[in-house]
Structure formats: structure tokens, C-alpha cells
Design a protein around this ligand. Sequence first.
Ligand code: ATP
Ligand code: MG
Ligand code: MG
Length: 344
Amino acid sequence: NWDLILYVNLELVNKMSNRRFIVKDMLGQGTFGQVVKCWDTETNDYVAVKVIKNQPAFYHQAIMEVSLLRTLNQKFDPDDKHNIVRMLDYLSFQNHLCIAFEMLGQNLYELLKRNQLRGLKVKYVRAFSKQILDAMVVMRDAGIIHCDLKPENILLAPSVATAAAVKVIDFGSACLEGKTVYSYIQSRYYRYTTAIDMWSFGCIVAELFIGLPLFPGASEYDVLQRMMTILGGQPPDDLLREAKDTGRFFKHVGSIFPGSEAPDGIPSAYRFLSEEEIETRESKRPKVGKWYFPRLKLDRLIYNYPWNNSELTETEETDRLALVDFLKGLLEFDPNKRWSPVQA
Ligand code: ATP
Ligand code: MG
Ligand code: MG
């Protein structure tokens, strides 16, 4: 109920604190503003403050970020056990909404870069995946879709004992499930669910292992083509029938099973267009930069990584087979068949 949300958000604005922070250093930059390291003179501790751009649209979106995070922190994770960043305070400074967070470490993209983009050991991929999933189960329970899960939005947290720990940050693009603005006028496939986060999560897990984005396309066409090569097939017909951009990438060639999903082995009603056929506003010859990234099916991609025919130990072999199986459950085109966080 949007009225209720706005009401609650207004109340949030009224509850704004007037705490002062001393800016010490720059931590990061994003679409919504800058994140700075600050000294909090009240608690005598460092905090990370996200200073939102001083335009109304950003301001309102950030109020939503505060609102969703407050719900997640207080109602769904009161004891800070589920790997979600803690919001400490928020205030308005010269029309910049400022949100104070606990200080965390590097983000996972920085971690991958530090490792020359060669990927992490399976034990870290597994540990981080578990922790991200833990956060996603909580988000699912709260009906909150993150909408922007990516390595830059997963941060290393102070380690628990000796184990590495991560936390999910940046709820600046998040929304409530089933309450997206257009949901009631659109067909079921545009009703975003937390399944979109699971797809992103699948991409993150693969990237943590390989060190490079799984679908590094330079154009939407290229990304789609890579998805189909890696996942071994195109999205199911009933998904293509409802998707709003199908016509940009597929030609409808007719089905002998109109109105229903074609059974296995029956040709699809849609043919993927060739690069010459697409009507394009994007660059036709996608460049993937200096990345060497073979167009292989997912199992080969993971199993043979780093693609130099080296021998695998028995543990490595088991780990990789399990990873492929795991990724297949996440990178499922049909959101209704895709694993839920609990299943994963
Ligand atoms: P995006 O472009 O992803 O939407 P954004 O503007 O919403 O970014 P955030 O993702 O919240 O901003 O923060 C930007 C960057 O600042 C992060 O990727 C991270 O490197 C750093 N950062 C954010 N929060 C913290 C924190 N609590 N502790 C340390 N660094 C942080
Ligand atoms: Mg971010
Ligand atoms: Mg953001």
C-alpha cells in the first residue's frame, strides 16, 4: 500500500537525527551519491556515510532505502545475524540525505581485482554464497527485492572468529514484492519477485569462481546470446510470449502448440535473430575488451576453469560438479522454476 509507505516515510523524515559526523576519507562512489568514511563524535567510532545527491528523485528513493533497511534491521534481523548491513542513523544536510552505516571492508569486486580477476577458491565461494543466501532468505521473508545484487554491493565484514564474512549493502534500488509501480497493469512476468535477485545471485556466484562476469556482453543482444550459449538453449516459449522485448531479438515463426509451452524436443515458436537481422541502436560488434572468455556451456566453463586442461584433484572435481549443479538451479530462465533462497 503506497499511501501507507509514504506515510511511514514521512514519519521517517520527521524522526531525522541531527548528529554530526566528521568526514575523513572517500570510500566509494555510486549512482546515488558518494560514500565517505566519517568519525562519529558521539560514539567515537568510524562509520560509513552515504551522501545522497541533492535532487528530489534521489532524496525520495533514499528515504525508501532508509525505510526498507530499518524494517530489515529491526523487524527481521534484530540481532544482526543475517549478513545485512546495519544502518546506524540518517539525517539531512543541505538537502543531501545522509545515511550512516556500520563501517565495512572492501567490496567483492575489489577483492576479485586484488586477486587479478582469477577467481576465488571454492571454499570462499561457498562461504560467501551461504552468507548472501542467509541475507536473501530474510529479504524474501520481508518481501523485499534488492534489485541490484552484484559484487560491488557485497562487502567484506570484520571476520567472525577466523572465517571470512560478507554483508549485503545498498538497498537503494530495492522495492517491495508485488508492489512495483506497474505491477497491476502488467502480465504476470513483469511482476517482479525475489526470483530476479536469485538470477543476480547466480551471476555473482559464477563471477566469484571465475573472476569475470558470467555474461560480459557489450550489448543486450550479445548478453542474451551468451546466456543461451552458456545455459544451452533459449528461454521457454511461454516466457518469450509474454516478454516485452522478445520482438527485438526473436522472430515469431509459429508453433504447432499455440498458446502452450511446446513439449521437450518440439521446435520453439521463436527463432533467435542473427546479428545481421537485429534492428539495433547498440554497437553491432560487441567488444568484450581484453577478457578471454570462451563461449562454452556452463558445465565446461566451470569444470575446466581456468581452461588450461590441468588435472583436477578428486575434491576439486566434486566441488566443481556441485557448483555446476548449484548454478543450474539459480540460472534458470523461468522465474517460477528458479530455486528460492531456501531451496538454494
Ligand atoms: P550503486 O551505483 O551500486 O547503486 P550506490 O550509489 O547505491 O551505488 P552504495 O552501493 O551504497 O552506493 O555504495 C557505493 C560503494 O561505497 C560500495 O560499492 C562500497 O565500495 C562503498 N561502501 C558503501 N557502504 C559501505 C560501508 N558500510 N562500509 C564501507 N564501504 C562502503
Ligand atoms: Mg552500490
Ligand atoms: Mg545503489
